[in-house]
Design a protein around this ligand. Sequence first.
Ligand code: PLP
Length: 482
Amino acid sequence: MTPDEFRQHGHAVVDWIADYWSTLDQRPVTSADPPGTVAARLPAGPPERGEPFDRLLADLDTVIAPGLTHWQHPRFFGYFPANTSGPSVLGDLVCAGLGVQGMLWSTGPACTEVETVVLDWLAELLDLPARLRSGGSGGGVIQDSASSAILIAVLAALHRAAGGRWRGHGVERAYRVYTSTQGHSAIEKAVRIAGLGDAGLRTVAVDPESLAMDPAALRTAIEADLAAGLVPAAAVATIGTTSTNAVDPIPAIGELCREYGLWLHVDAAYAGAAAVCPELRWSHAGLEYADSYCFDPHKWLLTGFDCDAFWVADRAELVEALTVLPEYLRNAATESGEVLDYRDWQVSLGRRFRALKLWFVLRWYGAEGLRAHIRETIALAGWFAEQVRADQRFELVAPSPFALVCFRLRATSDDAADDEANAELLARVNATGRAYLTHTRVGGRYTLRLVPGSPYTREEHVAQTWQLITDAATAHGRQEGP
Ligand code: PLP
């Protein structure tokens, strides 16, 4: 493809995306096709001869779009959002066009330096502690996901807990990593990948009301492990748990981590974005205790997947744990010690210029625009929670500090029937194709979750979804009260 052909087809692709976004509202949120449908629409093998680009574009409409769950849809309320935006897509396009491989500072100086500066900007926007920023001993880097960030934090923690021996000798002792029963499954996976086995993870009880980690239970777990000759290495606290958005008490957890010498990683994958709003920064209290912290701009900050922002308080410690320097990567800049080589901050060697999309997003929206997005989505969630509260057939299940609302049909004395009724209600709503919600279990009970996050979502979309939910409740035999 020549540059001129690229220009022509590139314009058509941008038009296609703009049309896709502006017609989302008219599409079903999910595909009703059974498994194998998309694969059956594809030829059995690759084309022998190149095809005209128009045919590819046409297949986006006939093969791809009908087989998608539309995450950017204004009535997509499942999981946590993963919203992109115009500036993010354009930043990614430039990244793809430049095709830079930024594994070392020397393989793309701008790739490294923009990332360092943008992560410092982001730290300022969230008002993160100075020790996480690059001006001191810390610094930020973009990981593909919060899962990778947690893994990196666990590896650095093991290196520290082993007095610097982990890198050379691996896991020599029975290290333990702590998180609450509500911590994300990525923590379990990280502990397993780190070679600690499932026994390496200790899940700590939560306060039954807030569902946030109980620091007294953390202390008990640490002391019991110490008494048994095990080695507490790290704690992962969460700001905004996946099921209910509980916020762990970071100051108390941080104190314990200091007392017992644990690495504290704070996982704010979804809710970290809230800290762009000063009125929501209470959720980040105690972050000065963190050895590392991450959040996903790819969830709630209008930056397309993949983009996890990860900071460490002591970058030298991280680099020491992960660095490997073969001859073929040696270069004068690295040896001068004056540059950051982000390959030492992650699992893979190679890395894309992901900071571009974040840079585009921050510059296009500005702090004001990002705060407006967070506040608007929280207001939509608040509106929805009001409807739930006002309808005696439903109940709110947990506090809603951000934009996640957990709710269900009001409990009766029959737990199993309640769970079934809620699961049926969810299936009925999702089967309409007009909205999409997902579920979790809270206190063992089936619970529905609604999270607005799309910049296209307006109150009318939430209202339409509430209507679908109440219709489903009525169809299920739950009549509206007086
Ligand atoms: N941590 C929390 C609290 C999450 O909610 C999630 C995903 O929803 C993750 C970690 C994992 O995120 P990622 O997909 O970026 O690995």
